[in-house]
Design a protein around this ligand. Structure first.
Ligand code: NAG
Ligand code: NAG
Length: 353
């Protein structure tokens, strides 16, 4: 039989003062030990290692390979930390997507647990990391077995079952007891692949001042004048609790400067969070409105909106693609998932349509 499997993590590199990506091929997945790729999932790793011999979507391989979902897999890798990173005031493990039930260890110390595929987890790891070689391990639990156990606990307590109990087509049961992509348990059609793994980038971020964790942008046209827009930018900032930080803010829309070196004082709350709202009136830029393909001038113009904060030369930045939608158009998701093995779906296939 096989040894235990270990999988490996990678770190992402978007907009952090100091960032050590744990993404890549240096992971191991354990129950059976195979090399693993992060972001990814256990089915993709076992397939790549030829433990799963046939294409995952061939005939009834979702059923044949279901044993994978009933096991608990562990992902593990080593990584090297230098003193430059270690000397930063704030050091976090930033996990953008973990699928789904896991316990996370660094150097054998438990730093957190996860039970939701859809959220980002951030853990302070300054005290756990050491200079030189470190180990990270995520011990996952079978998603269908976890869901089954939760449903049994519920039934005992409340004396009724939550319906539907099982997905129709050769699927798994109790998807309503786990915060995980429901289609991975199947539905009225389609295969069931209840994945485990690290499905989005993961890494160590280190900074002295602050990070822009996220930005949201709202574009509103002036009803009286189509060439005037109001842009509301919300920046969600993270730092140590109860800080007062002086920074310099820059905002760009493609190459157009919207905010130029504006001084800002940011005060974080007891959780180390702060929100900044910036309202910008656009009057002097010729904005190209977004229309669906085949409508109007057939333009689907997307802009890059970049927010940057500089605190004593430590720069944090976030960029998002945005569209200026013509009035009356609303976009909403109404599609089948692009694939059961979401980490395999190429970004180029994910377009607004
Ligand atoms: C998986 O983990 C659960 C929870 O710890 C445990 O009850 C179960 O026996 C484990 N399954 C296997 C195959 O090791
Ligand atoms: C609409 O806004 C543009 C840009 O500010 C301005 O040049 C133009 O005169 C305005 N048109 C009207 C009808 O107010």
């Amino acid at each position: 039989m096989y040894d235990k499997i270990v999988v490996i993590l990678c770190f992402i590199g978007i907009g952090f003062a100091d960032y050590l990506s744990l993404d890549g091929n240096d992971w191991n997945a354990i129950t059976i030990k195979v090399g693993a790729k992060v972001p990814g999932s256990i089915y993709s790793d076992l397939r790549r290692a030829q433990v799963l011999k046939q294409d995952l979507l061939y005939e009834k391989n979702d059923v044949n390979y279901r044993w994978v979902a009933y096991d608990n897999w562990t992902y593990e890798r080593t990584f090297t930390v230098d003193s430059k990173l270690l000397n930063k005031k704030n050091i976090n493990l930033l996990a953008n997507g973990i699928d789904t039930i896991s316990s996370v260890y660094i150097n054998d110390q438990l730093i957190g647990k996860t039970d939701n595929q859809f959220v980002r987890y951030v853990w302070d790891v300054k005290k756990v990391l050491k200079s030189g070689q470190n180990t990270i391990r995520l011990a996952f639990q079978s998603a269908p077995l976890y869901a089954k156990q939760k449903s049994e606990e519920f039934k005992q307590k409340y004396k009724y079952a939550v319906l539907p109990e099982c997905a129709a087509y050769n699927g798994e049961c109790h998807f309503n007891f786990i915060r995980k992509m429901a289609a991975s348990f199947s539905w009225d059609w389609g295969p069931a692949f209840p994945t485990q793994g690290i499905w989005k980038p993961i890494g160590i971020e280190a900074f002295d001042s602050l990070e822009i964790r996220d930005i949201t942008i709202e574009t509103i046209p002036d009803p009286k004048n189509a060439s005037q827009w109001t842009l509301t930018v919300n920046a969600f900032l993270e730092s140590a609790p109860k800080q007062k930080i002086n920074g310099i803010l820059d905002i760009k829309l493609d190459n157009n400067v919207l905010i130029n070196k504006q001084k800002q004082t940011i005060e974080t709350d007891g959780q180390g969070k702060a929100k900044m709202m910036i309202v910008i009136f656009i009057t002097d830029i010729q904005i190209i409105t977004w229309y669906p393909n085949g409508v109007s001038d057939n333009t689907q113009k997307l802009y890059q909106l970049n927010v940057q904060i500089d605190v004593n030369k430590e720069v944090s930045t976030q960029t998002k693609k945005i569209a200026f939608l013509c009035e009356g158009i609303e976009l909403g998701p109404n599609q089948c998932p692009d694939g059961r093995h979401h980490s395999r779906v190429l970004e180029t296939r994910l377009r607004i349509s």
